[in-house]
Design a protein around this ligand. Structure first.
Ligand code: NAP
Length: 484
């Protein structure tokens, strides 16, 4: 198990074995700015070998029943549950998030595994009513094949498993590339896969130069799909690369979530849910509230309570008891958040609390609220990915919807309201893949998750999450004697 002091070199999980390679990268604890582990990395040839191994494993894996694959996934989930404390500590060490939130991430990982273990059994086809005498038309679902999965650092385990679990349940085999900053939780996950006796080659782990690995996923015909979560700019690069090889892509990209607080809301719940939507994961969530719009009548009362709530948040290393706000992932993230605050102030924004780097080692930023933000400011145009809450005011529902949709992104959105008519109008008009009504944490295993506009293509989770790894085939059967 990784500790704060250790600098052990971790191996990669390939073809059912643990491989130490010639080169390694360091993993840094963002709470101390110190490297505490090293992980082997592979070159392009080794990625190609991993894909070949995955192709061989695919033949057997797809022929298992969905029930048998599900049993193995449940076993992985059992192992994740058994090692939850160790895995959560590792997430906190490599990512910085408060330990309680890491435990939440592990619990959600287990839930994803169990959901898809069951959902795999519901990859139903269809028998279509006859159109022509003597013929039948079937629709069958088949696994897409070998999948290349690329995951980000902000939820290092659950976002990797959000790809691996449905792909494996569907009968695909997976080569996973976690983020370089946070590979350790995926290594522990691979240990869980091994302990569950999953067949060798069904799930493999590679790490190395991201562009090189992605090139191999794109160009190697063995890889039949790439599932990517990360920034919109890398998503665009993958789209350009995929064009040449017609490589199917699922893309979970950036967000710029609006959060609308209407005058009819339950104010206590609205404040509580806004704190979650903004500050969970230290603001480094793709669905983090990035632009908070308050209706004029409740603006002052909401702000008073919101500022009081933010001032209570404890900023400390994630392993300290009671931590609410951990460090940002690295120095660039901290600098970029400080630049957004400075830009907002320069353009008339008013800092109500926080606004500066916390006075301690590590990449800590004080949780910040900026009032009077306006559209040209960077914090309303670019994903903040930090504990910074920009506040603006609106008068009417129509204006709120216009402001919410005035963004090229559309991953998630939030609204605090008790007006049922408004709930339906917003559900139909807000341009986002997920809408949280009085709910600051809307993501769950059972329901689809993904973006519109620049936030990506496709959906994860829910039944749609399984469908992303299935092909749909029409089988037309003739020569049936219908006269008997
Ligand atoms: P990122 O820089 O795009 O990295 C994400 C993953 O892509 C990492 O594994 C990274 O590898 C890899 N990568 C980097 N350059 C690549 C390239 N040229 N080709 C292929 N892969 C490449 O994003 P990030 O900074 O880690 O994550 C933050 C972003 O992800 C935010 O925009 C956030 O909104 C988005 N996100 C979206 C969702 C969603 O579900 N929609 C969820 C979480 C995060 P290395 O680490 O080795 O560079």
């Amino acid at each position: 198990m990784p500790t704060e002091q250790q600098t052990e070199t971790y191996k990669l999980y390939l073809a059912g074995r643990w491989l130490a390679t010639e080169h390694a990268i360091e993993v840094v604890n963002p709470a101390t700015e110190q490297a505490f582990a090293r992980v082997s990395i592979v070159d392009r040839q080794q990625v190609a070998e991993a894909l070949s191994t995955a192709e061989k494993a695919f033949t057997k894996w797809r022929s298992l029943t969905a029930k048998d694959r599900g049993t193995l996934l449940h076993r992985v989930a059992d192992e994740v549950r058994r090692r939850q404390d160790e895995i959560a500590r590792t997430i906190t060490l490599e990512n910085g998030k408060p330990l309680a939130q890491s435990l939440g991430e592990v619990a959600m990982t287990e839930d994803h595994l169990r959901w898809f273990a069951e959902e795999g059994r519901r990859a139903y086809g269809r028998l279509i009513p006859n159109q022509v005498t003597g013929k039948r038309n079937l629709v069958v679902k088949t696994p897409i094949g070998v999948v290349g999965a690329i995951a980000p650092w902000n939820f290092p385990l659950v976002l990797a498993v959000r790809k691996a679990a449905p792909a494996l349940a569907a009968g695909c085999t997976v080569v996973l590339k976690p983020a370089s900053q946070t590979p350790l939780s995926s290594i522990l996950f691979a240990e869980c896969v091994e302990a569950a006796d999953m067949p060798p080659g069904v799930f493999q782990l590679v790490l190395g130069d991201a562009r090189t690995i992605a090139r191999e996923f794109l160009e190697n015909p063995i890889c039949r799909k790439i599932s990517f979560t990360g920034s919109t700019s890398v998503g665009q690069e993958l789209i350009r690369g995929a064009a040449q090889f017609i490589k199917p892509l699922s893309l979970e990209l950036g967000g710029l979530a609006p959060l609308l607080v209407f005058e009819d809301c339950d104010l206590d719940n609205a404040v509580e849910q806004t704190l979650i939507a903004k500050f969970r994961n230290t603001g480094q969530s793709c669905i983090a509230a990035n632009r908070i719009y308050l209706q004029r009548n409740i603006r002052d009362e909401f702000l008073e309570r919101f500022v009081a709530g933010v001032k209570k948040l404890k900023v400390s290393p994630g392993l300290e008891p009671g931590a609410d706000i951990g460090p940002l992932i690295n120095r660039e993230a901290l600098d970029s958040a400080l630049a957004q605050i400075e830009d907002a102030v320069r353009h008339g924004g008013k800092v109500l609390c926080g606004g500066k780097r916390a006075d301690r080692p590590g990449f800590f930023l004080e949780p910040t609220i900026i009032d009077n933000v306006t559209d040209p400011m960077l914090c309303t145009q670019e994903e903040t990915f930090a504990p910074v809450a920009p506040i603006a005011t609106f008068d009417t529902e129509e204006e709120a919807v216009m402001l919410a949709n005035r963004s090229p992104f559309g991953l998630s959105a939030y609204a605090m309201t008790r007006d049922i008519g408004r709930v339906f109008r917003l559900s139909e008009r807000i341009e986002a893949g997920t809408l949280g009504i009085n709910d600051g944490a809307p993501s769950t295993s059972t329901s689809p998750f993904g973006g519109v506009k620049h936030s990506g293509w496709g959906r994860e989770l829910g039944s749609e999450g399984l469908d992303a790894f299935l092909e749909t085939k029409h089988v037309s059967i003739g020569g049936i004697d219908d006269r008997q």
